[in-house]
Write a protein that binds this ligand. Structure first.
Ligand code: FEO
Length: 395
């Protein structure tokens, strides 16, 4: 993409990563991602965030393309390496630059990248730095999604630079968005993995953003939002306590006993008009699974007993879900065994961080028979009862 002018004196200098397939070595990136960085040319010059080290050559060329004689301030909103990894290279190219960040971020950057103490200017919450004719104001926003995260606001031009906060996983040649469904999906993919465990903190920081006069939101992944309300409203939906009348089914089948049970479950969900999505744990896009759990009220897991445990693919994904801590309220387990039956306790142990209400387990020896099919019907009746009591079902 190279560099381009966002408005007078503010330039995009980031890098699109069209080919990246996984984020954090776990979440598929069907649309790639980007590492955004911005130059603000006042009487002094500021650079907002750096990029992933894998793209540092392109990034440094972008900076050289602007023919900057100096960088005065390198603002580091977040120490994670996809935004900080190229900081040492920027400091080599522009040795006069000071890294402006908060105390916690400074300490991370010293440990992660060996940036020396004398390179830092440490700011506090709501402190400002003058670029002469422009002013940067910093707001500490801890746990979005690390303890040191902060956002930077360019007062005169009403631009918010929130780094990971409100970001989306998409590589694009059209970096401005007024808001559309494709961007909402790529932002939801981002939110579900990175932000969902920190919903409570994020809600607090959204309230802060709503007190600010924001014209543009320029995150450090994905698009720049011309309509800030679009992404703020989406986040408000995702972090709220409200869940939707939806069931997520996650299963593995080895000898088709669980598959038979899941087919039965699906037929009752259809009969009771409860929307659902099915994920096969051996091959699903786990980003899609995480996105489905952003708002679904109920999770049902189907697993055979595998060597006296849940199937390993299910154990792995339940550990992932436990780390994401979705707002899902209800949980049901369908299992099939040949000789070991102690599975419910193991599943509950893996999900220890999730606040779930558990429906009675449906446990079959081998194929589900009439008795288990009746229990699956009762499970769906329980789901409908809970979703109705919680006023999710529109009659
Ligand atoms: Fe985009 Fe937390 O790094």
């Amino acid at each position: 993409m190279g560099t381009f002018k966002i408005i007078d004196s503010v330039y995009y200098v980031g890098v699109q990563d069209w080919d990246r397939e996984l984020f954090d070595e776990i979440i598929p990136l069907p649309q790639g991602t980007s590492y955004n960085s911005y130059v603000i040319k006042g009487e002094k010059i500021a650079l907002i965030d750096a990029v992933d080290p894998s793209k540092k050559e392109i990034f440094l060329n972008n900076l050289k393309g602007l023919k900057l004689e100096k960088i005065d301030y390198l603002i580091s909103n977040h120490a994670e390496q996809d935004h900080s990894g190229a900081i040492p290279d920027v400091l080599s190219l522009y040795p006069m630059a000071k890294v402006v960040t908060n105390e916690k971020c400074k300490n991370f950057l010293k440990d992660l990248l060996l940036v020396p103490e004398e390179k830092f200017i440490v700011i506090k919450d709501q402190e400002t730095i003058s670029l002469g004719n422009k002013t940067l104001k910093f707001f500490l926003t801890p746990w979005v999604h690390w303890p040191e995260t902060m956002v930077t606001y360019l007062i005169e031009d009403k631009i918010l630079f929130p780094c990971d906060f409100l970001a989306s996983h998409i590589a694009t040649g059209e970096i401005f968005s007024s808001g559309d469904e494709i961007i909402k999906v790529s932002a939801k993919r981002y939110y579900s993995e990175i932000m969902m465990p920190y919903r409570v903190s994020i809600l607090k920081h959204l309230k802060l953003l709503k007190t600010m006069d924001i014209g543009l939101i320029a995150p450090s992944h994905g698009v720049i939002y011309k309509n800030p309300d679009f992404i703020i409203k989406a986040y408000e939906e995702w972090v709220s306590e409200k869940v939707k009348n939806e069931v997520v089914i996650l299963y593995v089948t080895m000898h088709h006993s669980i598959l038979e049970a899941i087919k039965t479950l699906e037929s009752f969900l259809v009969d009771f008009q409860i929307p659902y999505k099915v994920f096969n744990a051996t091959k699903c896009d786990i980003g899609e699974l995480a996105m489905a759990l952003v708002e679904a009220a109920t999770l049902i897991v189907g697993t055979p007993v595998f060597l006296a445990n849940p199937h390993p693919n299910i154990s792995f994904l339940l550990s992932f879900i436990n780390a994401l801590r979705p707002k899902t309220r209800y949980f049901g387990l369908i299992s099939s065994y040949s000789w070991g039956q102690r599975i419910e306790e193991q599943v509950k142990n893996i999900l220890a961080n999730c606040k779930l209400e558990y429906f009675p387990i449906v446990l079959a020896k081998g194929l589900p028979k009439e008795e288990e099919k009746v229990k699956i019907k009762e499970l769906v009746e329980n789901i409908l009862k809970k979703h109705t009591e919680d006023e999710m079902v529109i009659k």
